[in-house]
Design a protein around this ligand. Structure first.
Ligand code: SF4
Length: 341
């Protein structure tokens, strides 16, 4: 796994008034990482690079340490009530990543250091809804596990949620950087989901993230630590040998989790889809991608964000569904397939 160690760091001045901001400043000073100040993440300038593509790559190696000013959380339906802020952006280079279109002009990685204020607000949301359970998703705008070695923030959120009778935390990751979370007292109130795929998809379309083996091993460790566990198999991609690739994935997960008591395991299955805009961006950023986005092999579907997207044709979707239902039933008969979209 490639650990995220930024090559350039910006600090918003207020961030230095918080213990985590101070700690990060000392850390990067000691490492000799170039540090600059910025009045706001919106004013970050001077990321090196001759071309837009070079600037994009360098921005993904740039960290902005700031505070989260808006403490009104976005909703995150249907899997959670709220998106809890923690990080925005990601150093990974998944070709199909949703951030390509949602954050295309600000690809740098941001972390927030006013954790106590964010958690105070989360508690207020929980109080408002109790005795209903309030679920918070921590990975709506990036992959927080990829930064955990720098911040320890996820560990704090997990420990906080363990004390909340009516609160639950969940997040999804493509990173195996989970060791510091294993000893946190989670109280069974945080579900860790791994975004996982066939070895081929991870190898060719997910550079800068943890490998197939690393993710499976990390999932095993998380399950052994008693966390509720889930897998998001996404995006499901059709390529030569996809049947063997995905069957092998389920077989390997089974091998690693064999003999581990896993409570209420869930699978979420999402086929690959793209919009015209996303396709153009992907081809610009990753011109050599092997990701097949031939419209002829897809059908159009009206998307929830008011745009048409290309999904696989019905017969392919049926083949996907059959294979996953069969493999999950064979290897994890008690697991739930939460959805296939
Ligand atoms: S790990 Fe997730 S957030 Fe990061 S680039 Fe890949 S898909 Fe995007």
């Amino acid at each position: 796994m490639e650990r995220f160690d930024p090559e350039l760091v910006f600090f918003e001045p207020e961030a230095l008034q918080y213990p985590l901001g101070e700690k990060l400043h000392a850390h990067f000073t000691e490492l000799g990482t170039p540090i600059r100040m910025t009045t706001s993440h919106n004013r970050v300038t001077g990321i090196p690079g001759e071309t837009e593509t070079e600037q994009y790559r360098n921005a993904k190696r740039t960290l902005v340490v700031g505070i989260r000013k808006t403490l009104t959380f976005d909703t995150s339906k249907p899997s959670a009530e709220y998106a809890i802020p923690l990080t925005t952006g990601c150093a990974g280079h998944c070709h199909y990543c949703y951030l390509q279109t949602t954050m295309s002009n600000k690809p740098y990685v941001r972390i927030y250091v006013n954790l106590a204020e964010i958690l105070e607000k989360a508690e207020a949301y929980i109080d408002e809804r109790k005795p209903e359970i309030t679920r918070f998703e921590a990975a709506c705008t990036g992959d927080p596990v990829s930064l955990e070695h720098l911040t320890g923030a996820l560990g704090e959120y997990i420990a906080f949620m363990a004390k909340q009778e009516y609160g639950r935390l969940r997040f999804v990751t493509k990173f195996a950087n989970v060791d510091s979370l294993l000893d946190v007292d989670h109280g069974g109130r945080t579900r860790i989901r791994f975004s996982i795929n066939s070895d081929y998809v991870i190898r060719y379309f997910e550079p800068g993230t943890s490998s197939f083996e690393e993710r499976i091993e990390a999932a095993g460790r998380v399950a052994e630590a008693g966390y509720p566990l889930g897998f998001i198999i996404a995006p499901i991609v059709k390529y030569d040998g996809w049947q063997e690739g995905y069957w092998h994935l389920l077989e390997k997960l089974h091998e690693r989790l064999h003999g581990v008591e896993v409570q209420d395991l869930t699978f979420e299955l999402i086929q690959h889809r793209f919009t015209k805009t996303a396709k153009n961006t992907i081809l610009k950023r990753y011109p050599k991608t092997k990701l097949n986005m031939d419209e002829e092999e897809r059908q159009l579907k009206w998307g929830r964000y008011g745009k048409f997207k290309y999904v696989y044709k019905a017969e392919t979707v049926e083949e996907f569904q059959q294979l996953f239902e069969q493999a999950i039933h064979e290897y994890f008969p008690r697991a739930e397939i939460a959805y296939f979209v």
